[in-house]
Design a protein around this ligand. Sequence first.
Ligand code: SF4
Length: 261
Amino acid sequence: MPSLQTATVLLAKSLRTRQSLLGHTSTGVTRESLARLNRTPAPLAQISDLKPHAPRGEQLDALREAVCVCRQCEHLAASRTQTVFGTGNPQADLMFVGEAPGADEDNQGEPFVGRAGELLTRIIGAMGLARGDVYIANVLKCRPDMESGSPGNRPPTAVEMQRCLPYLRGQIAIIQPRVLVALGKTAMAGLTGRDEAMGTMRGRWFTFENIPLLPTYHPSYLLRNGSNAEKRKVWEDMMLVMEKLGMPVSEKQRGFFLSAS
Ligand code: SF4
C-alpha cells in the first residue's frame, strides 16, 4: 500500500497532468496550479483527446503530436528540420534533461545523438543501464536557430526555454521518474531558473515538481575537458543517482576514473 505521502504526491502529479495536458481544472485546484495552467501555451491546452488513464506511451504520443505542430517560437519553427520530443522508456525511473537539440538532433529527430549522445550512452551503460531503460529529453524541443552558414549550435534563451517548458512538465508528469538529472548549466537554468556555475551546483540535490533533481556537467563538457578528474566528478554524480534509486554500486564502479591523467 502506498503511504499517504506517496499517494498525495501521485495525486498532485495526476492533477498536474490533467491541468497541463487537458487544459481544464477540477475541484480542489490550488492557486499555484491555476497560475501554472494560465501559463500553459495554447497548443498544449488544446489537447482535448488525451486520455489521462491511457498507457504512458499513448499519453506521450499525444503530447508528441502537439509538439510536432507547435509554432509558438516562429523563428524556431521556421528554421527547424523537425521537433525533437524525447526518447526512452515511458516507465523510466531516471530521466536525463538537456538544454536543446543541436544540428545532429535536428537532423535525426532524437535527443543526444552525435558524440555527446554517444558519451551519454556510455555513462548510462557504466551505471548498469541501457539507453532504453531511461528517458532522455531536452527543455527546448526545437533547435535554436543560427545565422545562415554559421557552424555549431547556440544555447537556448531563457524566454525560449520558458515558453517550451510546459511540454517537458507534461512529459515528466506522464513518466513520473523518481530522479531527474539536468545535463549542464543551461538545462538547470531552464528547469529551475538558477543561474549558477555548474561547479557550485553539481553534487547537490535540488527538486523539480517534488522530484529529486541532480545537476551535472553536460557530456559535451567532458568531450572538451576529458581529464579523469572531470570524468570522476560526473561519475560521482551518477553514483549519487544510483544510490538514490537504490541501485547497487560495485567496488569496480566505485573505482572508476580514480587514476590521475
Ligand atoms: S521551441 Fe517549444 S515552444 Fe518553441 S516552437 Fe518549438 S516546440 Fe514550440
